[in-house]
Design a protein around this ligand. Structure first.
Ligand code: 13P
Ligand code: SF4
Length: 324
């Protein structure tokens, strides 16, 4: 066995049942699997807990286990580790990054803060621990409006790194936050033209999108919300068809939770049946095989300097306190 290129490389006996083996390892090692909604369906199905970024962070402070395997992307593993420095936090593939988190380097943010010393710093959870350490309070797409509204209307605020989420918050709260110029490459790809064409072909369908989408898509949508909020909205809505503008992994839960409703990913699948446009390739680096090997060898592990973890925990705790 070796850990090469960020994940465990070892032979897997072709005769084993991966799901059974993963469940056995979880019991033996007192481990839990937490998964984000953008994971492959087969990973969501073996998870002990599935959630959006806020729910994963909220769950992370309550987990009673020796090992947490976070099936998601690196910043999510880091957030879980920050909240669980006494536990082993594993991720199936260290290469599972995030284009948004990558768009904001701590040194660059520090320089920006230095130019605006009288501003409060609010960061999206899709950031590294180093960026969180420079932050006053973290938000997720679930609680961003509530957190921003908790500050006085005239408070000067730097918001990063997602300019689309930032524009959405500015529009909804009437603020004028200074926005970092970052974006998620998956959510930026959606084409308004294709979404409107789908709507024309399905006039009864509702358009629902994640606030990481560009402004014209947000404006064309019937509902805007985090992955968890989209699921709750579908439950409440009387519509039976939805055009979904977010990463396609969420469709697994949508179909499972609402088998009588129809979900159309935006943009539509291609003629070959391959939907390559709305996939987060980082999220999809995780596979059942890697989850199995990670649990078996307890590698790769997220490790963090304790002082950095302490600094990064402060704004996450502030967010969790406001989100109770
Ligand atoms: P939420 O889970 O908060 O909706 O965020 C989506 C996302 O982009 C995770 O990377
Ligand atoms: Fe990051 Fe976008 Fe992937 Fe979410 S979907 S993990 S924001 S790159």
């Amino acid at each position: 066995m070796t850990v090469e290129n960020g994940y465990v490389q070892a032979d897997i006996d072709p005769n084993i049942n991966l799901v059974e083996e993963i469940n056995r390892l979880k019991r033996e090692k007192n481990a839990v699997i937490m998964a984000h909604y953008y994971q492959k369906g087969e990973i969501q199905d073996i998870a002990d807990f599935i959630g959006d970024s806020l729910a994963l962070a909220q769950k992370a402070v309550k987990v009673d286990a020796d090992i947490i395997l976070l099936a998601g992307v690196h910043f999510m593993g880091e957030t879980v580790k920050v909240l669980n420095m006494d536990k082993k936090v594993l991720v199936p593939d260290l290469n599972a990054g995030c284009s948004l988190a990558d768009s904001c380097k701590a040194e660059d943010l520090q320089a920006f803060i230095n130019q605006h010393p009288d501003h409060t710093v609010i960061s999206y959870v899709n950031t590294t621990a180093k960026v969180k350490a420079l932050t006053d309070i973290v938000v997720t797409s679930s609680n961003a409006l509530k957190v921003v509204n908790s500050f006085p209307a005239d408070q000067k605020i730097i918001f990063g790194p997602d300019r689309n989420l930032g524009s959405y918050i500015n529009a909804e709260t009437g603020r004028n936050m200074l926005l970092w110029n970052g974006a998620c490459h998956v959510h930026e790809r959606f084409s308004l033209e294709q979404i409107l064409a789908l709507k024309k072909a399905n006039p009864g369908a509702e358009i629902i999108c994640h606030p990481e989408c560009k402004r014209p898509i947000v404006l064309a949508s019937d509902y805007v919300g985090s992955t968890a909020a989209l699921l709750s909205y579908i439950d409440k809505s009387s519509a039976d068809t939805f055009i979904v503008a977010t990463e396609e992994g969420i469709l697994h839960q949508m179909k499972q939770s609402f088998p009588n409703k129809t979900f159309i990913p935006a943009p539509p699948e291609t003629e070959t049946g391959m939907c390559g446009c709305n996939n987060c390739e980082y999220m999809k680096l995780n596979t059942l095989e890697k989850v199995y090997l990670t649990l078996k060898y307890e590698l790769p592990e997220i490790t963090l300097d304790s002082e950095l973890a302490k600094q990064a925990k402060r704004p996450i705790d502030a967010m969790l306190e406001l989100s109770k």
